[in-house]
Each structure stands twice: as structure tokens, then as C-alpha cells.
Design a protein around this ligand. Sequence first.
Ligand SMILES: C[S@@+](CC[C@H](N)C(=O)[O-])C[C@H]1O[C@@H](n2cnc3c(N)ncnc32)[C@H](O)[C@@H]1O
Length: 412
Amino acid sequence: MTFKNFNDALTPEKRVLDLINCYFKREYANNKNIRKKASAEILKYFIKTEDGSYTLKSDDVDGKSETMHTHHGAITESLEKFVKPSQLENKNEINVLDICSGLGYNSSVLIEYLDADSSPEIKLNLDMVEISLETMAAGILIPSPLNSHNIVKKAMENHLIQKRFARIDYEPATIPKNISFNIYSQDARGVLPKLHGDYYDAIFLDPFSPAKSPELYTVEFFTELKRVIKKDGILSTYTSAAPVRSGLIEAGFHVGEGPSFGRKSGGTIASPSEKKINKNLSLDDERMIALSDAGIPFRDPGLKHVSGKILFNRSLERQESRGISKFSSAVKTPLFLGKEVELDRNGRRVMRNMNKLGIKDLKSKEALNLICPQYKECICGCHETRPSNSKDRILFMGKRLEKMVSHEQKIR
Ligand SMILES: C[S@@+](CC[C@H](N)C(=O)[O-])C[C@H]1O[C@@H](n2cnc3c(N)ncnc32)[C@H](O)[C@@H]1O
């Protein structure tokens, strides 16, 4: 694997950001209002989503790009995947960390959903983190079907002026007194250590996919998120990837299924509190995370590695664990524990993967002991209590596998 395309944080398409940069340089230099022209010009590069909001493509990585939002609708995605799952209704003092705030939709949808701009009793503090000033500027240039987006645009414009990226106080909205913003235009990994602990009611985690921006899905980054979130706070993210969920668990979060919208699988909801998780992970997902190399998380000691290195190290760790300390995730091996398997080509692969870790029979005592934490009634004779949540079942199964493997190694 080469690192060459992974050296920088992934941002929207460079040619669009360059164009935006160019327009704002002219605004800054000549103090002329050229925003209208810039808006008309950059709109050509935006993709209109099904709810009337706009999205941008990311830069290419190995010839492929992603859009910043699903084509089903950026605003609808914000509402379904981030805002509603955060359970902020009926709260009056609300602190939210909007990571990878991009064009500002997630924060805008939250204001709209809570009706915060016309509810002075709500004190809403929004901390937005976005590495690219140009992307923030794109957010103020695009039209939006949401009124509350104008408030967020004003806050982003203030930041752009403070950073000497923009010069003109052009956005007409006024920020209501009960809504405050802190905007950070830096790598989120550098921002997190500066933030207060035990502070946020909700964290929106919205980077590009884990395969493209793994640095924002590592155990170390999640450990920082765990530090700043309140004990009953909720983190939401649209991805259901196994290393993201295992990383969250390793950092101390409880995890559950998020609502599915626009993508095949649901996202992930995480919280330090078990009570905030409405839907546990599926038993299959729990098993794959606990027992297979798919559950090996991304790591970034020191919060400083480039994405290519993080991906490379994880793939090495997976390779080294496969058949030695974890079941191979190929052919979903752990899902066959406790079952009959037909000895066709796939079945033989399953058995080979099992044998490598010393399981001779899928219904043997050892096999059943590994998956017993998922059953209401004990199936292996251990008579231990079944944990009530996905996190503890995953940790319990993982520990049993570790014990089984070290016993197996001793007798070999
Ligand atoms: C999927 S988009 C987010 C969309 C956004 N939430 C919105 O409402 O428009 C991902 C964003 O993450 C930003 N980003 C990438 N790496 C980052 C990092 N290390 N720290 C902060 N922001 C980052 C990108 O510039 C991009 O705007």
C-alpha cells in the first residue's frame, strides 16, 4: 500500500476550493462585493440533492470521490442521522460539537428542529470544527431552503472575516442572543485537546467515510470525544463500519444502531450512558466485532498520523491477528459458531478458519462458550449472566476469545 494519496485531510474538490479562494482573495484585495458573482459561478459545481439542498464532491482518492452528503438530501440526512438521534428536545441549555461542519447543514437543521431562533428560553451553544475555510465559504455562497442556515452563514462569515479570508459583512441575518457559536478552522484532532471535559450534550461526527478519513475514527480521537461529552451525551455518526464501532467501544462508549436513511445500513449512536442507546447492534455485528479481524479499530497514537499510515497499520494488525488471535472475517467465519455447516467450498473455508484457532467442532464447548454472552440462557455451562448491552457482550466475547487463544497457545 502506498501513502501518496492520503497525506492530507480529505476536503471537497480542490478545483472548487481554488475557485472560491480566488474570489475571496479578490474580495479581500479590492474590498469589492463580488459574492453574487462567486455564488453564480460556484453553483455550477454543486450537486442539487432531492430535498433542494446542495452538496459537493470530495477530491479524488485513487480515482474515486465521495459526495459530502447523500443524494437523497443533505438536510434530510442531517435531521434523520444527526439531529433527531441526539435527543435534545426538552433541554434548555444545550452544547453541541459539530465535527466536520462543512457547509453548516447539521447545525442549521438543529436550530430549525429545536426552533431555537424563536425560543429564547433555549440557550444553544454550537462549536463547529471544519478544517477548510474554503468549504465554510462555500457554505455561505450556496442558496439554502432553510431559514436557520442564514444564522449559521452569518456565524461562518464572522469567522471568515476574523481569519481575514473574507472582508465584507454581507450576510443579512442576525444571530439571536440565545445562540452562540465557536468556530474552529483546524484539524479536529488539534482542536479536541483544547476543549473542556464533560461539556457536550451531543456530538455530530460527520467526516468523509472511514476508508477516506480514518484519522477521525481512531480509538485515540474517540477517547478525546469521550472526555468532552457529558455522561448522558450522545454521539451520532452515519457510518456503521465495524472498526468505528469497535474504536468507540475501546474508548469507553456504549454503541447502538442509528437510524438508516439513504444508505443500506443505519449509522451508529454512541454514549457513555447505556440508557441513551435505544437499539443494540445486531447479534451478527456484535460477533464480527468481538471475534474477527474486522473489529480491529483504527489507531493514531499522538493524534498525528496521516490517513494512509493509519489504514496501513490497521491492515497490518488485521493480517497479524487473523487465525492467531482473531477469526478471519472472510466468509463471516464467527457467524457459524454454534451452527451446522455444509462442507461445500465455503463451509470448508469456515472450518479451516475455525481450526486455526483450535475449534474442531462448531458446537463444541469452546465454540459455545465464545458466543454464550449473546444468549439469555447459558448454552455452555458457564452460568454467567448475559450482559444487557452490545458493548459489554462484545467485550465479554473478546475476553473469552483471548483466554481461549492463550490456553491454546500454551498447550501447543
Ligand atoms: C462529509 S463532509 C461534512 C458535511 C457537513 N457536516 C455539512 O453539514 O455540510 C466532511 C467535511 O470534513 C472536513 N474535514 C476533513 N478532514 C477534517 C479534519 N481533520 N478536521 C476537520 N474537518 C475535516 C472536510 O473539509 C469536509 O467539509
